[in-house]
Design a protein around this ligand. Structure first.
Ligand SMILES: Nc1ncnc2c1ncn2[C@@H]1O[C@H](COP(=O)(O)OP(=O)(O)OP(=O)(O)O)[C@@H](O)[C@H]1O
Ligand SMILES: [Mg+2]
Length: 500
């Protein structure tokens, strides 16, 4: 304890390495978090951020030789239980919560295990949960089942639960990846409050603006090695990107005039009540049309109808000039529509299955030779896409779950691109994808467009559509309310329109 007082370090890790079947995920990394500090962990996909968190919290054991101190105490082998007793909590991206239980039960039941009689326990449970939420400055219906809450609220529940355990250090691994802007603001406010209360927070995010806004220091990893620890004061996004990747990226408007191509997708007066209304839209061959706007604007809902997951009540959809009305997504896929969903974890991939099987799923018929899947064709399909999208994998037979988050997202993309679609709908395609890979991804998307497919790019990150689309549509409350040509508008104008 004396040592902690001297250094203020809540967690100090030195010489941490981790090898997975021959691959070095971490190589001699040091990491330190001080009491009450918000510290970001930054690095490209697969650079080792989540692995470092898993070692600090006892999920994985480090290779021999590591030294780990928690609150000044030397811990040779952290286990999840020990880490928790020493005040370390993790908010995982996939939330270890109980969907069928209520908000109050999720927050407080562990702390009251063994308490009786039942009735008293129940009252105490509610009171405990209420206190934890109050500390976060949030009110939630204590009796609502967790299943009924949006992801952002579930995260609040997970944080409240961590506080019951007297957390002194909370790891948040990409907590904002599936949050809207307003929800993100709420989460960042909570993080600031925790820090002011003396709780240390380690925050991981690929949205660099957020990293610079919330943290006072950032530890940068590259390929499993420590690049350095930097104060965020005075740091810029481009400098941080350079530290993470070793390269400089500058964003440039890539819009081109595509009005001469034949229309691939035409929408006239498309309406589905409560979701979107009177949508007129045309995407020509080779064109990338961006749709942005706040969540609830109906963007994703429109994408879902185009992919046959829901049906419009009024209006017309034409694909390559012919009217279509899809009753299912199989039908949409057959007609050449591909959809990369924003929810990669639940809709995009079958986690326990191999990388190769996930990738081949959408194009099985093309891999058949004499009624059987040809291993050679499958291997070359997988090889091509892994190279094309620079996916960092071990072996194609490894389970998708062994890939880092951003590399999983690349597999989702590859899976749909392999179908050689006419119309490609990308819904928040870069959530959880690092800056370098984003640039690579959009270079590929532009190349696809050059080949003549039509692309609908849906995103709530205005810069993403601004720099990568040929035209940008602004959607609000289910309608298209504005159209912008990135070559004639500045980003600030677009952002003002959206966030006004
Ligand atoms: N259980 C595992 N088995 C094999 N390899 C693994 C396992 N977990 C992680 N890896 C590998 O270790 C490396 C680091 O992965 P990690 O998940 O720590 O990256 P990350 O920095 O969190 O990336 P992202 O930003 O994409 O989430 C990757 O190459 C990954 O494939
Ligand atoms: Mg990760």
């Amino acid at each position: 304890m004396a040592e902690q007082a001297a250094s203020g370090a809540m967690l100090a890790m030195r010489g941490v390495s981790k090898t997975f079947s021959g691959v070095k995920a971490l190589d001699d990394v040091s990491f330190e978090v001080r009491t009450g500090e918000v510290h970001c962990l930054a690095g490209e996909n697969g650079s080792g951020k989540s692995t470092l968190i898993k070692i600090a919290t006892g999920v994985y054991a480090a290779d021999p030789g590591a030294e780990i101190r928690i609150a000044g105490r030397k811990v040779s082998h952290p286990t999840p239980g020990l880490a928790r007793r020493l005040g370390i909590e993790v908010i995982w991206q996939d939330h270890a919560l109980f969907p069928e239980m209520s908000v109050a039960e999720n927050i407080a039941f562990e702390s009251l295990l063994g308490a009786r009689p039942r009735l008293v326990a129940k009252r105490r449970l509610r009171a405990t949960a209420e206190r934890a939420l109050a500390r976060l400055g949030v009110t939630l219906d204590l009796d609502a089942s967790l299943r009924s809450l949006p992801i952002a609220k579930r995260q609040v529940v997970a944080i409240a639960r961590a506080l019951i355990g007297e957390a002194r250090l909370i790891f948040m691994d990409e907590p904002t990846a599936s949050l809207t802007r307003t929800e993100t603001d709420l989460l960042l406010a909570i993080v600031r409050k925790l820090a002011a209360d003396g709780v240390a927070v380690v925050f991981v995010s690929h949205r660099l603006a957020e990293v610079l806004e919330i943290s006072s220091a950032v530890t940068v990893l590259r390929d499993g090695r420590l690049v350095g620890v930097f104060p965020t004061a005075g740091m810029t996004q481009s400098r941080l990107t350079e530290l993470m990747t070793g390269q400089i990226f500058d964003s440039q408007v890539s819009a081109r005039d595509r009005s001469a191509g034949p229309p691939v997708l035409e929408l006239r007066g498309l309406t589905r009540s409560g979701e979107y209304r009177d949508i007129d839209l045309e995407i020509r061959a080779g064109e990338i049309v961006g749709i942005t706007g706040l969540i609830g604007a109906g963007r994703t809902e429109l994408g879902q109808t185009l992919f046959g997951m829901t049906r419009a009540e009024r209006g017309e959809i034409r694909l390559d000039g012919a009217p279509v009305s899809f009753r299912s997504n199989e039908e949409a896929i057959r007609r050449g529509v591909a959809y990369v969903s924003e929810d990669r974890l639940s809709l995009g991939l079958i986690q326990p299955q191999s990388i190769a099987d996930n990738l081949a799923l959408t194009v099985l018929d093309r891999l058949l030779v004499g009624g059987l899947i040809s291993p050679g064709r499958k291997a070359s399909l997988v090889g091509n896409w892994v190279r094309e999208l620079a996916v960092k994998i071990g072996k194609p037979q490894d389970a998708v779950s062994t890939l880092s988050g951003g590399n999983q997202q690349r597999i989702v993309l590859a899976k749909w691109l392999a179908t050689e679609p006419r119309l490609l709908i990308l819904d928040a395609p870069t959530v959880g994808v690092d800056v370098g890979a984003r640039a690579g991804l959009f270079a590929i998307i532009r190349k696809l467009a050059e080949g003549g497919i039509a692309i609908l790019l849906i995103s709530d990150e205005a810069p993403e559509v601004y720099f990568n689309a040929d035209r940008v549509l602004h959607m609000a409350a289910g309608r298209i309310v504005g159209e912008y040509d990135p070559r004639k508008t500045c980003l600030a104008t677009l952002e003002r329109a959206i966030y006004a």
